[in-house]
Design a protein around this ligand. Structure first.
Ligand SMILES: *Cc1c(COP(=O)(O)O)cnc(C)c1O
Length: 278
């Protein structure tokens, strides 16, 4: 199966599944097991199969699906959106790093950046997302990454995404985008050139309001470093939540397309309304 040739809706159902299927099961079984035989010789800690290292069959199948949905090399599922965001930022900032970040953000991310990063020895500056000319003046020798949201939660501000990618490339920064609100149905960050796409899978990705989870999507090199960091910080997703998220993702495209259509109909109705301000 060449997944790149499949439509997004088909990938949401079939991508990443193990082949041959386990005991013929059409659905990935839940590996509710914390200890595994060690079969690989002479490998390091991160090759031992253990839930916290995010390398159980449920993690890897789900990661392959998430990577396929955004046309990326690799992905990682995490215990929450904030686990994806905090672990990624701590990894890319290294020691005493400086972050450029959009001036409107999801509240949890804003709190992490303004409270936690400085207490851990990192620095940040806010950037105005639609004023690329003002960004170079904010660069410092230790600037390591630039971070935006596809459209901000909750005010739906949209940055100039192509300018963010070009700026990051020019100054060798890691470009990071929180694609939670758009989902891969409405925006494909890796295709536009972002290095890392992050999600709170608690929202549209799962879609059923019955779990909390996150994702990091990007190149194998970037995701591997974040996976190792996550193994130390501990924000892994449990296998049962992996199963639920995998099931929720199967209807992602159907749900988001309908949500788009409903929102458009509502906007049209309000625009025409006799009491509309315009
Ligand atoms: C909800 C949300 C998060 C945080 O995700 P959790 O799964 O609650 O940790 C991050 N970014 C955006 C845009 C969100 O809407």
């Amino acid at each position: 199966m060449n997944e790149k040739e499949l439509g997004l809706g088909t990938r949401a159902i079939h991508a990443g599944r193990v082949d041959p299927r386990i005991e013929g099961a059409a659905v990935m079984p839940i590996f509710q097991c914390s200890v595994y035989e060690h079969t690989v010789e002479g490998t390091d800690y991160h090759d031992v199969r253990y839930p916290r290292l995010s390398n159980l069959p449920n993690h890897t199948a789900l990661a392959r699906k998430l990577a396929a949905l955004e046309g990326a090399e690799d992905a990682l599922v995490t215990a929450s959106g904030m686990a994806a965001i905090s672990t990624t930022l701590l990894q890319v900032l290294g020691t005493g790093g400086h972050l450029l970040i959009q001036d409107q953000l999801y509240g949890g991310t804003h709190a992490f950046v303004t409270h936690d990063l400085p207490s851990l020895g990192h620095q940040y500056d806010f950037i105005s997302p639609d004023d690329a000319a003002s960004w170079p003046a904010k660069l410092r020798p230790n600037t390591r990454a630039v971070y935006v949201e596809t459209m901000t939660n909750p005010l739906l501000k949209v940055a100039d995404h192509r300018a963010v990618v070009a700026f990051a490339r020019e100054h060798s920064l890691v470009s990071i985008i929180d694609n939670t609100f758009a989902t891969p149905v409405n925006f494909q960050p890796i295709e536009v050139g972002f290095d890392l796409s992050l999600h709170s899978c608690t929202k549209y990705m799962n879609g059923h309001t019955d779990l909390v989870a996150g994702a990091v999507i990007g190149s194998t090199e970037n995701v591997q470093g974040i996976r190792h960091r996550l193994g130390h910080l501990g924000g892994c997703l449990d296998p049962h939540a992996c199963f639920l998220l995998d099931r929720g993702l199967k209807t992602l495209v159907l749900r988001v397309e309908r949500q788009n259509a409903n929102a458009m109909a509502l906007a049209g109705c309000l625009a025409e309304h006799r009491r509309s301000a315009a």
